[in-house]
Design a protein around this ligand. Structure first.
Ligand code: NAD
Ligand code: MG
Length: 390
């Protein structure tokens, strides 16, 4: 029997890479459904190739355009739109595997519904764990859902953890590329353009995560992601900059051994690991030739250069509702930077001020998460007004 897959966010960077891996393993997988926000043309082309049973977009007007395209292609794919139909779609019994590859907090609700239905979850959407990691993991335990991380560092850790018993783990080390501004003069940071920030030296990713990598907020989010995925304390999570992006993270054991996962920097590797788990399938990526790799270097993270990273560490230590607030403020600030409305350095200031004004509270339910996310966006948008470039 083929494994039946839904890709949430199939037109994005992770979505497209997942489809490539599935194309190379057609005997094992079938595409049951594909979803996108509004990229109707890309989604139409994907439907033509993969002939899913369902295709989903956010808005009705896009659903109409998609239906027309698919009708012209003579496809039987049913077109759906809106929040509720997406929540119902991910829970359908015919689905074995859900790839959660929507970017940002928009991916939370569908990911949670997939978790509740006890599926095999391939989680790229790290924001879900930052917003409500405890709730997310508790739900997974209750429903018996399997969570496999696509994020390359956490995927590497998943691979390293399986080699030894958890009780011998001392700590983990996440690696970070350092992004495009690792060596830039600090005096030039206020002039950083959107194009420079999107030009990541080692990974080709969607816009939001590329900006997060440039500020290194991404690594802050990943600390929180790792704490919930692997049940670790903040003191057990170290981060080093490794600009070559070849060692994808490490687990340190109590006897002084460090186990790492090493490969080319291609997201098809973590994606194929998750799709095939517990077996291995083809990723279509060749082994890395270590004799041809640059020297592998590791360095500490400068506080002056990457304040977002250190803010995220403080936020991780406080926990409760504060990571949810930070995540919302980050999304508001990144989106404004991508519209050229604020400077690169303002991203940190907006997040810091939003977090500072928040009074920590306990997150009991998913309604709490949505309320805090929404309130924080309103607060961050107010703060942002003081930074808008005229
Ligand atoms: P992307 O921007 O390239 O793609 C996002 C996808 O989500 C698209 O298909 C888009 O149509 C869909 N989408 C966006 N907003 C939506 C909304 N409101 N409702 C429904 N669908 C929506 O993003 P990406 O780089 O593929 O990243 C996806 C997730 O994976 C993010 O959480 C990111 O942090 C994580 N991730 C990505 C990479 C990478 O290499 N790209 C690596 C690690 C983790
Ligand atoms: Mg990562």
């Amino acid at each position: 029997m083929k494994n039946s897959v839904i890709i949430l966010g199939s037109t994005g960077s992770i979505g497209v890479n997942t489809l490539e891996v599935i194309s190379a393993n057609q005997d094992n997988f079938s595409i049951f459904a594909l979803t996108a926000n509004s990229s109707v043309e890309n989604l139409s082309s994907q439907c033509k190739i993969y002939k899913p049973r369902y295709a989903h977009v956010s808005r009705e007007e896009d659903a109409k355009k998609l239906s027309l395209n698919l009708k012209n292609m003579d496809l039987n794919t049913e077109v759906l739109f809106g929040r509720e139909s997406l929540n119902a779609l991910v829970a359908l019994q015919e689905i074995d595997t859900v790839v959660c590859a929507i970017s940002g907090s928009a991916g939370l609700e569908s990911s949670l519904n997939a978790v509740k239905s006890g599926k095999k979850i391939l989680l790229a959407n790290k924001e879900s764990l930052v917003m409500c990691g405890k709730l997310f993991m508790d739900l997974a335990k209750e429903s018996n859902a399997t969570i496999l991380p696509i994020d390359s560092e956490h995927n590497a850790l998943h691979q390293c953890f399986s080699s030894n018993d958890e009780k011998f783990v001392q700590k983990i080390i996440l690696t970070a590329s350092g992004g495009p501004f690792l060596k830039m003069d600090l005096n030039d940071f206020d002039k950083i353009t959107k194009e420079q920030a999107l030009d990541h030296p080692t990974w080709n990713m969607g816009n939001k995560i590329s900006i997060d990598s440039a500020t290194m907020m991404n690594k802050g989010l990943e600390i929180i992601e790792a704490m919930y995925l692997f049940d670790l304390k903040l003191s057990q999570v170290d981060v080093v900059i490794h600009p070559q992006s070849i060692v994808h993270s490490m687990v340190c054991y109590s006897d002084g051994s460090i186990i790492s996962q090493v490969s080319k920097n291609d997201m098809k590797i973590p994606i194929s690991y998750c799709l095939g788990w517990p077996e291995r399938i083809s990723s279509c990526v060749n082994l890395i030739d270590l004799t041809k790799s640059q020297p592998l270097t590791f360095e500490n993270i400068s506080k002056e250069r990457f304040p977002c990273f250190y803010l995220a560490k403080e936020v991780a230590a406080i926990g409760e509702s504060v990571p949810t607030v930070m995540n919302a403020a980050n999304e508001v600030a990144v989106s404004a930077f991508l519209k050229n409305s604020i400077n690169f350095n303002d991203i940190y200031k907006i997040i810091y001020e939003t977090v500072e004004k928040h009074n920590k509270e306990k997150i009991i339910s998913i309604e709490d998460v949505f309320r805090i996310d929404n309130d924080s966006r309103i607060k961050a948008t107010e703060i942002l007004k003081h930074y808008i470039n005229l």
